[in-house]
Design a binder for this molecule. Structure first.
Ligand code: ACO
Length: 321
C-alpha cells in the first residue's frame, strides 16, 4: 500500500492586525458581541500588494524547508482558494512559477471553507494511485477583499492567510482516510457572487460574501456531528484514539460542539480563531502548522481535521502524523 505522509508544514499571516475594536469604528458592533458569539478577537488583513499566490508562496516555502526536499521533486500542486489572484491562470500555476518548478501539474480547488480538506483528499488519491510522489497542498485566502466592510453580520468573521502541507508517498501510514461531501441545495444561505460573469438577472449584485449566519450555524453543527461519526466508523477507531482535533475555524461554539461529540477537551483542539478569524480554506492548514511547529502535535499522533463551508461542502481527514 502507498500512503500519503506529511513531511512539511508551513503558514503565513499578513502583518496588519485588525481588532474587534477597529471594526467597531467601521460598523455598529462591539468587541464583546463579536468575542462572545464567535471567539474572535482579531484577524490579519493582507497588504495591498499581497494576493493568494504571494501568501501561498511564503507558506509553501516554509513547508518545503521543513521537508528538506528539492523543490523540483514536487510533481503536483493543489491550491484551495475562493479568492484566486486571477480567474486564470490558476493560483496553482502562479505558485508553480513563483517556486520555479519546471515539471509538475497544478490546479485549484474551490470548495469554500472546506477547500483544504477537498485538496488533501484529492492529493491523497493521486499519491495512492502512484500518479504523484510529492504533492504540495496550499490553502490561501484574501477574504478581506470579498467582505463587505459595511455589513456587520459578515465583516467581523473573516481574515487572510495561507497554510501549506507537503505530502510524500511512503510505505508507512499517514493519511488514513478522507471523506468529502457537497449539497448544492443551500446556495441562498451562503454565497459570494462573481458579478462580472454572472447572468444578466444577477448583475446588480456586488462581489461580496452573503450569509444567513444563524441558519448556516445550525446545519454546520449537525453536519459536523455526522462527519465525525462517518470518519470514526470507516476507520474502526474509537474517539479516544484521536489525539488532536484540527477544525476549520469559523466559530468557537461550532468547534466546541464537535469536540464535545468526540469527548475531547478544548485542550486537544488547535484553536487559531481568536487571532486569525475565519480564513476559509487556509484555516485548517494554518492551525495544523501551528500545532506541529509549537510541538503540540507529535509524530505518530492521530489528527482529525474537519470542515464545513459554502455549497454546502463538508469533509474530514484522519491523519497519523
Ligand atoms: N454586532 C452586533 N450585533 C450583530 C452583529 C454584530 N457584528 N451581527 C449581527 N448582529 C445582530 C443581528 O442584527 C441580530 O439582531 P436582531 O436580533 O435585532 O435581528 C442579532 O445580532 C442576532 O443575529 P444572528 O445572526 O442570529 O446571530 P448569531 O448568534 O447566529 O451569530 C454568527 C452570528 C456569529 C455569524 C453565527 O451565526 C455563525 O457563526 N454562523 C456560522 C458561520 C459559519 O460557520 N459559516 C460557514 C463557514 S464560512 C464559508 O464557508 C465562507
Amino acid at each position: 500500500t502507498i500512503w500519503s505522509n506529511v513531511i512539511g508544514t508551513g503558514g503565513y499571516l499578513p502583518e496588519t492586525i485588525r481588532t474587534n475594536d477597529d471594526i467597531s469604528t467601521m460598523v455598529d458592533t462591539s468587541d464583546s458581541w463579536i468575542y462572545e458569539r464567535t471567539g474572535i478577537k482579531s484577524r490579519r488583513i493582507a497588504g495591498p500588494r499581497e494576493t493568494a499566490s504571494s501568501m501561498a508562496e511564503i507558506a509553501a516555502r516554509e513547508a518545503i524547508d521543513m521537508a528538506g526536499i528539492d523543490v523540483q521533486a514536487i510533481d503536483l500542486i493543489i491550491v484551495a482558494t475562493g479568492t484566486p489572484d486571477r480567474v486564470y491562470p490558476s493560483t496553482a500555476c502562479l505558485l508553480q512559477q513563483r517556486l520555479g518548478i519546471q515539471q509538475c501539474v497544478g490546479f485549484d480547488v474551490q470548495a469554500a471553507c472546506s477547500g483544504s480538506i477537498f485538496a488533501l483528499s484529492i492529493a491523497d488519491q493521486y499519491i495512492r494511485t502512484g500518479f504523484s510522489k510529492n504533492v504540495l497542498v496550499v490553502g490561501s485566502e484574501v477574504c478581506s477583499r470579498i467582505v463587505d466592510w459595511t455589513d456587520r453580520s459578515t465583516c467581523i468573521l473573516f481574515g487572510d492567510g495561507a497554510g501549506a502541507v507537503l505530502l510524500s508517498a511512503s510505505d508507512q501510514p499517514g493519511i488514513l482516510s478522507t471523506h468529502i461531501h457537497s449539497d448544492g441545495g443551500y446556495e441562498d444561505l451562503l454565497y459570494c457572487p462573481n458579478p462580472q460573469v454572472a447572468s444578466f438577472d444577477k448583475q446588480d449584485e456586488l462581489g461580496y460574501i452573503s450569509m444567513r449566519g444563524n441558519e448556516v450555524f445550525k446545519v454546520a453543527v449537525n453536519t459536523l456531528g455526522r462527519i465525525v461519526d462517518e470518519t470514526l466508523e470507516a476507520s474502526g477507531l474509537h474517539k479516544s484514539d484521536i489525539d488532536w482535533l484540527v477544525p476549520h475555524q469559523a466559530n468557537t461554539r461550532i468547534i466546541a460542539a464537535t469536540a464535545k461529540k468526540l469527548g475531547m477537551s478544548m485542550d486537544q483542539v488547535i484553536l487559531t480563531l481568536e487571532t486569525q478569524g475565519n480564513t476559509s480554506s487556509a484555516s485548517i492548514l494554518l492551525a495544523f502548522n501551528e500545532g506541529v511547529r509549537d510541538g503540540r502535535i507529535k509524530k505518530g499522533q492521530m489528527v482529525l481535521m474537519e470542515a464545513f463551508g459554502a455549497g454546502f461542502t463538508w469533509g474530514s481527514a484522519l491523519i497519523k502524523y
